[in-house]
Design a binder for this molecule. Structure first.
Ligand SMILES: Cc1cc2nc3c(=O)[nH]c(=O)nc-3n(C[C@H](O)[C@H](O)[C@H](O)COP(=O)(O)O)c2cc1C
Length: 215
């Protein structure tokens, strides 16, 4: 946690440069070493996640951290679920993406940690604000992983097996879930990187429009 004093100090240019370097260095990691990630390290990246802003400061994120046996059970679930959806996805996805998705469902890149991220979408806040708030936390977690030397990949793939995941975590028994206010948004696979993929290219064209700008 930042102290009051630190908060009002100017960050120097070295800090600024390092920060941009960290953003540039982040990439999705999909292959991991088998080494476990100490719980305190996982806790630190979760604490970083929860530094994120959220609509009305509701902090409506909910994280489920799977390690060890729970993680192994999740992989089994992921593999079984794949058999149920593969025919549908084969028609829907490009062959290369289909193969990639299949491989990932089967191994999760051997990630020792899987985090499933949910949003609480109650009537206190607009739906998209609730969803966006959780994703802000997810990005914080992605960046904290870089700072820790960890790798991670945010994954929409678990949404393909949403109901199985809800049952696996027993969230379907919670009152907020029954009220239709608890929603799986993504998974994050996390561990020590075992590859160094190139930076996925970034496009700037058409992404930003400056209105009434003098330069
Ligand atoms: C919401 C979201 C869902 C994603 N889902 C998947 C996924 O299911 N499987 C996967 O391999 N990568 C997934 N990714 C990772 C993207 O493919 C990746 O971020 C993108 O290709 C850019 O690469 P980079 O993260 O290395 O910069 C997802 C990313 C986001 C933000």
């Amino acid at each position: 946690m930042m102290t009051e004093k630190r908060r009002f100090e100017e960050f120097d240019t070295k800090f600024r440069d390092e920060f941009y370097r960290l953003l540039e260095a982040r990439r999705s990691i999909r292959k991991f070493k088998p080494d476990p990630v100490p719980r305190e390290v996982v806790q630190r990246v979760l604490d970083a996640a929860m530094q994120a802003p959220s609509g009305k400061n509701r902090q409506n994120w909910r994280f489920f951290v799977l390690q060890g046996e729970a993680r192994d059970q999740y992989v089994t679930l992921s593999q079984k679920s794949w058999l149920g959806i593969k025919d549908v996805l084969e028609k829907r996805l490009k062959p290369s993406l289909y193969q990639f998705t299949e491989r990932f469902f089967f191994t999760l890149g051997e990630a020792p940690v899987v985090i499933l991220c949910y949003s609480i979408n109650d009537k206190e806040e607009r739906y998209h604000t609730s969803i966006g708030s959780v994703y802000m936390a997810v990005e914080n977690l992605n960046l904290a992983c870089v700072a820790e030397g960890l790798g991670c990949c945010t994954m929409g793939a678990p949404l393909e097996i949403r109901e199985d995941v809800d049952k696996f975590l027993k969230v379907d028994q919670r009152p907020e879930y029954r009220a239709g206010e608890m929603e799986l948004l993504c998974g994050i696979v996390l561990g020590w990187p075992d590859h160094d993929p190139p930076k996925a290219p970034r496009l700037s064209e058409g992404r930003v429009e400056w209105m009434n700008s003098s330069n």
